[in-house]
Write a protein that binds this ligand. Structure first.
Ligand code: GRF
Length: 188
């Protein structure tokens, strides 16, 4: 049986999608790591009885927050760290502890539109094909090796809300199964 730790800073819809699929598998989500005390994901995890570790970054160095997170994770020993809307860049030192075991999801077809404006930049681009990327995390911003991409063709008449909904629907459909398949390989 494998274990993942989910890192999230906000709404937590990807966390919910992961939790829904993991509940029916032999694997589990051992904890949620959150940097934002206001994040709706905290309540979502609480209602599923999944422990949340709150590691605020505000007012202290990133290294201090990461040190707390590493110590907490050490008690859970997750096989994979799964970033789902985690709005902090992990340091090279942190990544070294979990090299090739950190995965992220991004709402654009990387290497196009990395960073926090992936949806807006995709929407404002002349691109006809939009989509999502699931990738390993390296030291850069949304730059690690790609594991999976899924795209769709837009008509060009959609609102940004409709494009956003299409991107999230792809995320929720594919992130859990991709994570499960990586976990199967990691734990066999
Ligand atoms: C998703 O669009 C994900 O691709 C990006 O952050 C967003 C998180 O949404 N990294 P949610 O918190 O899972 O609803």
């Amino acid at each position: 049986m494998g274990k993942i730790a989910v890192f999230a800073s906000g709404r937590g819809s990807n966390f919910e999608a992961l939790a829904g699929v993991f509940r029916k598998s032999k694997h589990s989500i051992c904890c949620v790591i959150c940097d934002n005390p206001e994040a709706p994901v905290i309540e979502k995890a609480g209602s599923l009885k999944i422990p949340v570790f709150l590691a605020p970054y505000k007012g202290r160095k990133r290294e201090a927050a990461e040190k707390d997170i590493l110590a907490y994770l050490n008690g859970h020993k997750p096989d994979l760290l799964v970033l789902a809307g985690f709005m902090r860049l992990l340091s090279p030192e942190f990544i070294a502890f979990y090299r090739n075991r950190i995965i992220n999801i991004h709402p654009s077809l990387l290497p196009k539109y990395p960073g926090t404006e992936g949806i807006l930049q995709s929407y404002n681009s002349p691109d006809k094909t939009l989509g999502i990327t699931i990738h390993y995390v390296d030291e850069g911003m949304d730059s690690g090796p790609v594991l999976f991409q899924k795209s769709f063709e837009r008509k060009g008449t959609e609102s940004i809300e409709e494009i956003e909904a299409s991107l999230h629907a792809l995320e929720h459909k594919y992130y859990p199964s991709i994570i499960l398949s990586v976990l199967e390989k990691e734990t066999n």
